[in-house]
Design a protein around this ligand. Structure first.
Ligand code: SAM
Length: 319
């Protein structure tokens, strides 16, 4: 498996408080002076590109909260050999930023929307911002940030009703986007209990009751760990990312860089490599590249089962 994808957390700050993604209560925010500057992020990204990384994704926290994010996108898009630059966002700022991000070189966006019912959206995220997020989705499509992908996490007792699930799936009928159901992964005891997990098999059964058997399809920009399907005559697709009920460590091509420069070979890694220290110690490009190449080679040894740590915060690592 070639390791060609780097997820960069632009910030650990977020403007939503999703019930399944809360930071741990004792998990303070990273100090501003510890957060990687643009120059450091771009240098690390460029060195990774020299080591074979072709895809960059900005995430967080909420990446669009980072001041001057459009400039960061422009600088990352200019790195040679980067073929795909994308953002995972809650979409709140897309209404105003989609066109600028596209012009700066962003290729596509994943937008997190767990319900298109306003009250449920507020119950999950803590904010009554669904209309703004929906506007952001339309703007992203209009701006050509395609394919737009919607990420939805289904949580027992919150958004797992037949109406909620099919309303999300319905978006892929009229709009040219992909609605992906991501299995809830319990990350720490202060968020939702592990028993709130709803397997994608159950989500799919609900959708198939409405639309009949789903037909498997491929996405033009690659599938990653997602499996994609179409309902008859739909403009978009439905995807399932089943990280809890199945394991895709063997095909995982991602590394993660936290906003303070810790490189994680796996979401579940108990061990992280401090790249900010290497930079501040004055290591040369050649030395850092050698280090990155070693991590890339060793990634195969980091899997969910053998590097499991007890608790972590998704928004601190970068989901
Ligand atoms: N703020 C951005 C957003 O909302 O998309 C990016 C960061 S968020 C951590 C990235 C993705 O991780 C979102 O799609 C979110 O739903 C997902 N996520 C967060 N916590 C999760 C969990 N415990 N299980 C599964 N997915 C989770």
């Amino acid at each position: 498996m070639s390791i060609d994808c780097l997820r960069v957390s632009a910030t650990d700050r977020c403007n939503l408080r999703c019930v399944y993604c809360h930071p741990l209560p004792d998990c303070s925010l990273i100090e501003h002076d510890e957060i990687l500057g643009f120059e450091e992020i771009c240098r690390i990204a460029r060195l990774f590109a020299e080591c074979g990384v072709k895809k960059l994704r900005l995430t967080g926290g909420e990446p669009l909260l980072r001041r001057d994010i459009v400039r960061l996108v422009r600088e990352l898009a200019a790195i040679a050999c980067i073929e795909e630059l994308s953002v995972t966002t809650n979409g709140i700022f897309l209404e105003s930023l989609a066109a600028e991000l596209k012009a700066a070189g962003l290729h596509r966006v994943n937008i997190s929307v767990d319900s298109i019912e306003r009250e449920t959206y507020e119950r999950i995220t803590g904010f009554d911002l669904l209309p703004r997020v929906l506007d952001g989705i339309y703007r992203a499509i209009d701006a050509g940030l395609t394919p737009v992908k919607i990420n939805s996490v289904i949580i027992k007792g919150l958004n797992d009703s037949e109406e909620q699930i099919t309303a999300l799936a319905d978006m892929s009928v009229d709009l040219p986007l992909s609605v992906r159901f991501i299995e809830y992964c319990p990350t720490n005891t202060s968020t939702r209990p592990a028993t709130d997990y709803v397997p994608n098999e159950a989500v799919r059964a609900v959708i198939e009751r409405k639309y009949g058997a789903l037909c498997r399809t491929m996405m033009p920009c690659g599938n990653g760990p997602a499996e994609y399907f179409k309902t008859p005559g739909s403009a978009g697709t439905i995807g399932f990312i089943s990280g809890r009920s199945s394991t895709f460590c063997r095909s995982c091509s991602r590394l993660r860089l936290t906003s303070n420069g810790k490189l994680m070979p796996c979401l579940y890694s108990a061990q992280a490599h401090d790249l900010k220290i290497l930079i501040s110690n004055g290591q040369s490009d050649r030395q850092i590249c050698r280090f990155l190449s070693r991590i890339i080679t060793e990634k195969v040894n980091y899997t969910k089962s053998n590097s499991l740590k007890e608790e972590f915060s998704m928004c601190k690592i970068g989901g």
